[in-house]
Design a protein around this ligand. Structure first.
Ligand SMILES: [Zn+2]
Length: 330
């Protein structure tokens, strides 16, 4: 006899620069438990608030597992990650440099395999396994927020690449004379289309002079009130994203593009100029078949994608995804 409580579940982790989320997800993609906490201070002190937050969240999630069996642990983490060694060095968590995240998680939860992928790859896996990209084989998923990240599915499989960083649409160059990018280069999509890049450009052009605390949310509010500069900031961002998407589609023969992340809450402002610019640039027949959607899973895409790594490793666990077999304590 089987009941749904006989089905194994996945313990899932999503580590970002501002928040860490931990959940339990079953094989049908249903979230059984989830909880989030702050990633913590930006210092490099030994107390490591990010790990303390994560360890506390893992502890509480394990407390709700009960008699159910854990199929594995899926971990999505802000990059860069090292999928060979299972270490992470997230740009916004300075205390974690070559941090052995897989080993530490495995030590806390022995006897269960651990899978690690970048956050963009996890978002893409999530939207493909349970979200809006479910029926597409060649998809680019873009996460527009403080930065611009993404993940790529080719032939129905996650393509994380040699180092786990494939799909990094934010650092596709779209303006060879453009602004500096946080990556150290310049003219990248992220240097124009991230939330901070949009507000920086708008402020430089006179938007909300003297209001240094204004964010991309304020920019969206003003754009909906027909503020010319705010509208132009969204048009520039949409155009930069479109240029990156056209280039990627030409290279990878994509059929579908999904836009998610915090800025996708302003999809009404972003998608129209994005699609218009896409149509202007994409003239070859195979490029014109592109379908655009906003992400369906919202802020849980990372956790759902981490569960996809556990339940469907053939599809979502290829090169660029770290897989550590279960290590049983002696
Ligand atoms: Zn860049």
């Amino acid at each position: 006899m089987t009941s749904r409580f006989d089905e194994p579940i996945a313990l899932v982790v999503d580590v970002g620069g501002t928040k860490i989320a931990v959940g339990l997800i079953d094989g049908a993609g249903t979230m059984i438990h989830s909880e989030a906490g702050p990633t913590g201070g930006r210092g490099t002190d030994a107390s490591d608030p990010a790990w303390q937050t994560l360890a506390g969240l893992l502890d509480r999630a394990l407390g709700t597992v009960g008699d159910r069996r854990l199929a594995g642990i899926g971990v999505g983490c802000a990059g860069p990650i090292d999928p060979v060694r299972g270490t992470v060095s997230p740009v916004n968590i300075p205390a974690w440099r070559d941090f052995p995240l897989v080993d530490w998680v495995a030590e806390l939860v022995p006897g269960v395999p651990v899978h690690l992928a970048g956050d963009g790859a996890c978002a893409a896996a999530g939207e493909h396994w349970q979200g809006v990209a479910h029926s597409s084989d060649d998809v680019l998923v873009i996460v527009v927020s403080t930065g611009v990240g993404g993940g790529l599915l080719l032939d129905g499989k996650l393509f994380a690449g040699r180092t786990g960083n494939a799909g990094h649409i934010g650092h596709v160059v779209v303006d060879t004379a453009g602004d500096p990018c946080p990556c150290g280069g310049f003219g990248c999509v992220e240097a124009i289309a991230s939330g901070p890049a949009m507000t920086r450009w708008a402020r430089r052009n006179g938007w909300r002079a003297g209001d240094d605390g204004a964010t991309a949310v304020d920019l969206a509010t003003d754009a909906r009130r027909d503020d010319t500069i705010a509208l132009e900031a969204f048009r520039r961002a949409g155009t930069a994203l479109a240029a990156g998407i056209v280039s990627t589609a030409a290279l990878c023969d994509l059929s579908h593009c999904v836009i998610g992340g915090g800025v996708s809450a302003a999809a009404d402002l972003l998608l129209a100029p994005l699609e218009a610019a896409y149509r202007r640039h994409a003239r070859l027949g195979f490029l014109r078949q592109m379908r655009f959607d906003t992400a369906q899973l919202g802020s849980s895409a990372g956790l759902v994608g981490a569960a996809a790594l556990v339940f469907q490793p053939d599809r979502y666990g290829g090169t660029g995804v770290h897989r550590r077999p279960a290590h049983h304590p002696t």
